[in-house]
Design a protein around this ligand. Structure first.
Ligand code: ASP
Length: 337
């Protein structure tokens, strides 16, 4: 009886501590890739399409988080939506290798128990983020690559497609030309904090334009392009993957936050503007800490991005989106079903 009472008091105390430590109900941040986007920001055709896609992605994520859904479900739903959208360098619309093939990478990580899954170099899995999640949940491994990853995804009942499914008129043109660096689509990523205090992060990409056959970037590498830990932050990166791998950017940010007691903004700023800039490592990241604080720095001319933050007891979430330096506010959280 006394033991039971003691346990109940402990659980109550834990509950109270937790609700004080999380300042918001839930939060979500999305990126659609970083790079030379100065022309895109004012492009009368492309910019509205990108803003609309970011807005839809926020609604999809908020629809899950506002009803008490899990961070991992929000990340999966948002990244799947972006993979199916040909505007982005992930799933349909992915960039091409030097051989004119689509080779896709994706990863997901759950902050609660550090469960992680990734696939690299897959050519026939329609939604690589779902394959990454299957690796996390249904296999004893963290990363599967190439043919093995494709067999595993098919075995898990995931949809497979011919490699040509990933092509769009825009990417087919690149196969012909393989040159327009400034015309590249963007990688996608999403980080979420749910109402139970769990963080999750997911990233999906076709990689760098003209990459060599078999090249793997930072996105599927846990700790480089993707990381989540409930004790610190969730991070998803975009940019020149080789630099992000060498600086273990996603884990580096969590480590600075945890061990140096930097804020998420300080830690993210340091890595993007000091460590990567020192080596011309072009790109950016999105990050959320365990309290729902947001950082979205980039050292390129732009990063397609959007965030939402629902303060406790606030009538609606604060929503923002941007392509270049300026952030626009978006209307609130009346979820459209
Ligand atoms: N980081 C990705 C890679 O290196 C590409 C990108 O984010 O644009 O594969």
């Amino acid at each position: 009886m006394t033991k039971h009472l003691f346990l109940t008091v402990l659980l109550m105390l834990f509950g109270i501590t937790r609700s004080y430590s999380q300042a918001c109900d839930y939060a979500l941040v999305i990126h659609g890739g970083a790079g030379n986007l100065s022309a895109t920001e004012d492009d009368p055709v492309r910019a509205p399409l990108l803003y609309a896609a970011m807005d839809s992605a926020l609604w999809i994520g908020e629809g899950i988080l506002s009803k008490g859904g899990k961070a991992e479900q929000a990340v999966l739903a948002v990244v799947t939506y972006l993979e199916n959208n040909p505007l982005f360098n992930a799933g349909k619309g992915a960039t091409v290798t030097a051989d004119g093939v689509f080779e896709l990478d994706a990863a997901i990580m759950l902050g609660k128990d550090l469960i992680a899954g990734a696939v690299a170099g897959v050519t026939t899995v329609k939604n690589p983020i779902l394959a990454a999640y299957a690796v996390a949940r249904q296999s004893p491994h963290v990363m599967l690559s190439g043919k093995g990853a494709e067999y595993f995804a098919a075995e898990q009942g995931l949809e497979t497609v011919d490699n040509s499914y990933f092509a769009t008129p825009r990417t087919l043109e690149w196969i012909e030309q393989l040159k327009k660096e400034s015309a590249k689509n963007g990688t996608v990523g999403c980080v979420a904090l749910d109402q139970s205090g769990n963080l999750a992060s997911g990233t999906s990409t076709g990689g760098m334009l003209r990459k060599r056959w078999g090249r793997i970037g930072d996105a599927p590498i846990i700790g480089a392009g993707t990381y989540a830990d409930n004790r610190s932050c969730a991070v998803s990166c975009t940019g020149h993957g080789e630099y992000f791998i060498r600086h273990a950017v996603a884990f580096n940010l969590c480590a600075r936050y945890k061990y140096l007691n930097e804020t998420i903004q300080q830690a993210a700023h340091h890595i993007i503007h000091h460590e990567l800039n020192a080596e011309a490592g072009n790109g950016g990241l999105i990050a959320l800490d365990k309290n729902g604080r947001i950082a979205m720095p980039f050292n390129s001319t732009g990063m397609i991005r959007a965030s939402l933050y629902k303060e406790k007891n606030a009538p609606e979430s604060i929503r923002q989106t941007g392509i270049g330096k300026t952030l626009k506010s978006l209307p609130g959280n009346l979820f459209r079903e």
